[in-house]
Design a protein around this ligand. Structure first.
Ligand SMILES: [Zn+2]
Ligand SMILES: [Zn+2]
Length: 295
């Protein structure tokens, strides 16, 4: 097997560090209680222990456990990102929250490559939860720049990946580190394209200046409605189920006559649905499910 697979809660790891499901569950509990700073403090402490344990494993040339502690550290990073994500969502800082959501999703995708059982530590459920959240953001198109680099380097040995002396396989773990090709010395950006489903979704097109006070008028309205409905972090849900529907006019009281009509026609509100009793809307339903927890 080229890519190694591991179990995260591993009895053999005890020779370096005693850790248990409860250590992670505590972070879940703090996030769910919206004690984000406490959650992040617990995460920091756990990361420190995992790093110390990893270094001890490295000093004994024990690659298996160096890799396991490396993966545990990444799992805690994911929980950290979820905590930061919800802190931003609670503050209605929706545009900034996108970056933390992407951090968490990237972490999960990475981790899944190395996990024997993706149900362990609720990794599958967390992935599903985060990807459902992602669908409520207003981003449809992403910028995708194309780069040229002067130099490529193996992250483990520093040689060029074309150098026959470099024996490292991309994606494989070596003593608690992943082998990747590092791109160095940016020479030029040769193009910029808009794509629907890039690997890296961090380059977003700014839609409008975002104002919290007028969130209903922005394209973050769908996300806002979801967050207000869920009320708390790590409550799992299924969605969105998209349906056409009608909402009473009063729902759009914050709209000015000269604003764009909430029906999405692109016309001015006054010349479109302003006098109607009900206004056509695309409605995004979701179904609340159980809280995500490790036990
Ligand atoms: Zn190498
Ligand atoms: Zn209209």
């Amino acid at each position: 097997m080229i890519i190694q697979k591991y179990t995260m809660i591993d009895n053999g790891a005890k020779k370096y560090l005693e850790y248990k499901l409860d250590d992670f569950e505590e972070i879940f509990i703090e996030i769910k209680s919206q004690n984000y700073l406490k959650a992040e403090e617990l995460a920091e402490n756990l990361k420190k222990s995992f790093n110390d344990a990893k270094n001890e494993a490295i000093s004994k040339n024990d690659e298996e456990y160096a890799n396991i502690f490396y993966l545990l550290d990444i799992y805690v990073d994911i929980l950290n990102s979820i905590s930061k994500l919800w802190q931003l969502l609670d503050n209605m800082d929706y545009p900034t929250s996108w970056g933390q959501l992407q951090n968490a999703i990237d972490g999960i995708k990475f981790l899944k490559k190395y996990i024997l059982n993706p149900d362990e530590l609720q990794i599958n459920i967390l992935e599903n939860y985060l990807e459902n959240l992602e669908k409520y953001y207003p981003y449809q198109l992403f910028g995708s720049p194309e780069y040229i680099f002067k130099k490529e380097e193996c992250s483990i040995c520093g040689r060029s990946p074309y150098d026959p002396e470099c024996i490292h396989i991309t994606g494989r773990l070596y003593m608690g580190e992943v082998a990747i090709t590092l791109h160095k010395d940016l020479e030029d950006i040769t193009g910029f394209s808009l794509v629907k489903n890039p690997k890296n979704k961090r380059c977003i097109l700014k839609i409008k200046d975002f104002k919290k006070e007028e969130v209903e008028k922005t394209s973050y309205n769908i996300l806002h409605t979801l967050i207000m409905g869920l009320k708390k972090p790590l409550l799992n849900f299924e969605g969105p189920v998209i349906k056409e529907g009608l909402l009473p006019r009063e729902y759009f009281n914050t709209y000015d006559k000269n604003d764009e009509c909430p029906c999405g026609s692109g016309k001015k509100y006054i010349t479109c649905c302003y006098r109607r009793k009900y206004i056509k809307q695309t409605l995004y339903y979701y179904i609340k499910k159980e809280e995500i927890s490790l036990k």
